[in-house]
Design a protein around this ligand. Structure first.
Ligand code: COI
Length: 363
């Protein structure tokens, strides 16, 4: 069992306090990066070695690195939040560690032990602690661990050399319009994942395959795309990078069951627990889009939302497809959706009791 350490060898920051303050005043999502990055390497001969925290900057890779050719790559997404006392916490990171191990198995990459994953987050966020936004709002430091095949080899087989990095990026709202009801396009031309494929792994390829659907959505004036199952093109899977949920007028919260082509979201799991706690009945089930739109029309489904680490919980106001359009509820932000959002972000930012023990201190 490896026990990686991640020493910080160079402590000079590349960005000034003034520049950092300007970024933190308006972080956006995924646009700005911090001063450091955390790294470890794995080789088939030696396993995981050489943990380090180094200045954020370009990587030097062979153009023959397998990741460029065969997309042997996985990633994770978490957030660090500052609490009122200045301490910094993340949310259920063991779940991300375990999911990264599952993704690694599916992509024939080496598994990073949970302990090393947690140590890498702590090293990265400690080094970049000044980049964690102030307490009192919802802004966070988004943490992006990722792992890829760096071996220079063009034969198709699992790479013998792999690099793991953690980078961080201050984050405000994921959607450019902020937390506003989304218009969602239902893709009938493209699927995100198929049976036996990599849909439940967090690998770059799943997101690459969502991009054309997302482009098509934008052409129809939509913010997001909803993918249907690849076999029958009827049942709902997930959005381009988020799970989807519905609330009914008789107190149920519905979400597609985990079929192997849907990502097992940490936010998805947490919302199902918070819903259960407040007496909503969670139902993970197969749902055809026709079944959903019939219930939107009849008024049985009263609210819908997208959920994920980056997006948190974002209301869905309308679906569009080649068959028509459907307004969910009154098209606004549903009351239960916003209240779940408030509870979840409250737990994360330390203003609501963490009754499930989900928080993990990083700094
Ligand atoms: C996340 O929610 O953390 C993701 O990885 C989704 C990505 C589209 C930002």
């Amino acid at each position: 069992m490896s026990h990686l350490e991640f020493p910080l060898t160079e402590t000079t920051r590349s960005q000034s306090d003034v520049d950092r303050a300007a970024v933190l005043a308006k972080p956006g999502f995924g646009e700005h990066f911090t001063d450091f990055m955390t790294h470890a390497q794995w080789t088939a001969d030696d396993g995981w070695t050489s943990g380090e925290v180094v200045p954020f900057g370009p990587l030097t890779l062979s153009p023959a690195a397998a990741v460029f050719h065969y997309a042997q790559e996985i990633f994770e997404g978490l957030k660090a939040f500052r609490h009122a006392d200045g301490s910094v916490w993340t949310f259920r990171p063991e779940k991300n560690a375990e999911r990264m191990q599952r993704s690694a198995r599916r992509l024939a990459l080496p598994e990073l032990p949970t302990e090393d994953f947690l140590a890498s987050l702590k090293a990265q966020v400690s080094a970049d602690e000044p980049w964690v936004p102030a307490a009192g709002g919802e802004d966070s430091l988004y943490i992006r661990p990722f792992m890829f095949a760096s071996e220079a080899f063009l034969g198709v087989r699992a790479a013998q050399q792999v690099d793991y990095y953690v980078i961080t990026s201050p984050a405000g709202a994921y959607f450019p319009r902020g937390v506003q009801p989304l218009v969602v396009w239902v893709s009938d031309n493209y699927a995100r994942a198929g049976a036996g494929g990599t849909g439940d792994a967090k690998c770059g390829g799943n997101y690459a395959s969502s991009l054309l659907g997302k482009k098509e959505a934008a052409e129809h004036g939509a913010d997001e795309v909803l993918f249907l199952d690849s076999e029958t093109h009827t049942t709902i899977d997930e959005l381009s990078g988020m799970n989807v949920m519905a609330i009914t007028n008789d107190g149920r919260i519905l979400t597609p069951e985990l079929t192997g082509s849907i990502l097992e979201g940490v936010t998805r799991d947490s919302i199902l627990q918070l819903a259960r706690d407040r007496g909503l009945e969670p139902a993970e089930q197969k749902m055809s889009m026709d079944w959903v739109t019939d219930r939107i029309t009849s008024g049985e489904i009263v609210e819908m939302f997208a959920c994920g680490t980056a997006a948190v919980i974002n209301p869905i106001g309308e679906f569009r497809s080649p068959k028509g359009s459907w307004t969910v509820g009154d098209g606004g932000s549903g009351e239960i959706t916003l209240s779940l959002r408030e509870e979840l972000t409250g737990i994360q930012t330390g203003t609501v009791e963490d009754r499930h023990g989900w928080l993990h201190r990083l700094a």
